[in-house]
Design a protein around this ligand. Structure first.
Ligand SMILES: NC(=O)c1ccc[n+]([C@@H]2O[C@H](COP(=O)([O-])OP(=O)(O)OC[C@H]3O[C@@H](n4cnc5c(N)ncnc54)[C@H](OP(=O)(O)O)[C@@H]3O)[C@@H](O)[C@H]2O)c1
Length: 311
């Protein structure tokens, strides 16, 4: 107990570092959540990180809304480029989404020598080569734990925890919206359209759910996971992708009869001829761990040569 307390960061010289100043781009679902967590868990984050992490400023399009969410004392700008170049911003958190402004701003942040944090899987899956090369050249980090499998720390697990393993395959339920829809169809026997409408009503699905139910979002996440697991670049366009729109309640009933459950599974597997990557509705043995990841939850299983199957 004593040794633990004396080895806490609070005792170390890191405490003398000035706060790390965060510039936040976009204050929608992810951005406003980031604001709230940084404020609510300020002391906890400072103790764990050994340095205070403070929200310095926000760039948004709707300034009144942004001021209301960010709270007093946080500067709100309508010019995202100015935030990225601002001398009082150490780290840029990109929470805009898409590959337009987000790409320009992330590349500019890197050019300015700033570390970047993003949850934008589409940006990294489609422009990761350019972004990570720029970051390497500048000696800055692009951190993206939030981009894959919501709050499961799978990026750190693959990069660090399982670093000594040769990964044979990984399989994941990495899209909460489609998993919620599939779970409702199976449990309530309702058709796809009805389950999707309910997911939208509950806020689990976007007004335009195509990225989620057509497997595109899962393919972006699979590209990132596979790149880390197999140490290679992944061409997103080469992933075989099939969504869940065509599934019927009867498909779930039949799967149950056979002892399986239907899941939208993202799979990357090492084969002698190369990597096989797919996102498609898959029969998963009903008693397996992955089959029991239900609702909006995510789960990733990794088979390493040393660790064996790890969820
Ligand atoms: N939502 C999730 O659960 C979730 C989970 C993991 C990862 N992600 C990823 O996180 C990213 C953000 O998602 P989100 O759900 O938070 O999206 P969102 O709710 O649509 O928020 C994006 C915000 O960025 C603002 N914005 C757009 N362009 C801007 C610009 N040039 N300058 C300043 N602000 C700008 C938008 O303003 P307007 O309101 O004016 O359009 C909006 O408020 C996406 O890449 C998404 O894939 C989301």
């Amino acid at each position: 107990m004593h040794a633990f307390a004396s080895s806490s960061p609070a005792a170390g010289p890191a405490w003398r570092l000035p706060p790390l100043r965060v510039g936040l781009l976009g204050i929608g679902t992810v951005g406003s959540g980031t604001c709230r967590v940084l404020a609510r868990n300020q002391a906890l984050i400072r103790d764990r990180a050994g340095r205070a992490i403070e929200l310095a400023m926000v760039a948004a399009r709707n300034l009144a809304r942004a001021r209301q969410i960010a709270g007093p004392g946080i500067e709100v700008l309508d010019d995202a480029l100015r935030l990225v170049r601002h001398p009082q911003v150490d780290v840029v958190v990109e929470a805009i989404g898409g590959c337009g402004d987000a790409r320009t701003l992330v590349l500019e942040a890197i050019a300015q020598g700033k570390h970047v944090v993003t949850a934008n899987k589409a940006l990294l899956a489609l422009h990761g080569d350019e972004i990570f090369a720029a970051a390497r050249a500048q000696g800055v980090m692009v951190a993206f734990e939030g981009a894959v499998a919501v709050s499961i720390p799978i990026v750190k697990a693959l990069r660090e925890g399982l670093a000594a393993n040769r990964i044979e395959w990984l399989a994941g339920i990495v899209n909460g919206t489609s998993n919620h829809v599939l779970t409702e169809m199976r449990d309530k026997g309702v058709p796809f359209d009805e389950a999707l409408r309910e997911a939208q009503r509950l806020g689990y699905a976007e007004a335009d759910p195509a990225f989620d139910v057509d497997g595109i979002d899962a393919a972006h996440k699979l590209a990132l996971l596979a790149a880390m697991a197999f140490g290679t670049r992944i061409d997103c366009g080469a992933i075989a992708v099939q969504g869940i729109r065509d599934l019927q309640p009867d498909d779930h009933a039949l799967a149950r009869l056979l002892g399986y459950r239907l899941k939208l599974l993202a799979v990357a597997r090492r084969r002698p001829e190369g990597l096989a990557l797919s996102v498609r509705p898959t029969l998963v043995p009903a008693r397996s761990l992955l089959a029991n990841v239900d609702g909006a939850m995510n789960g990733v299983m990794v088979q390493g040569d040393a660790c064996g199957p790890t969820m």
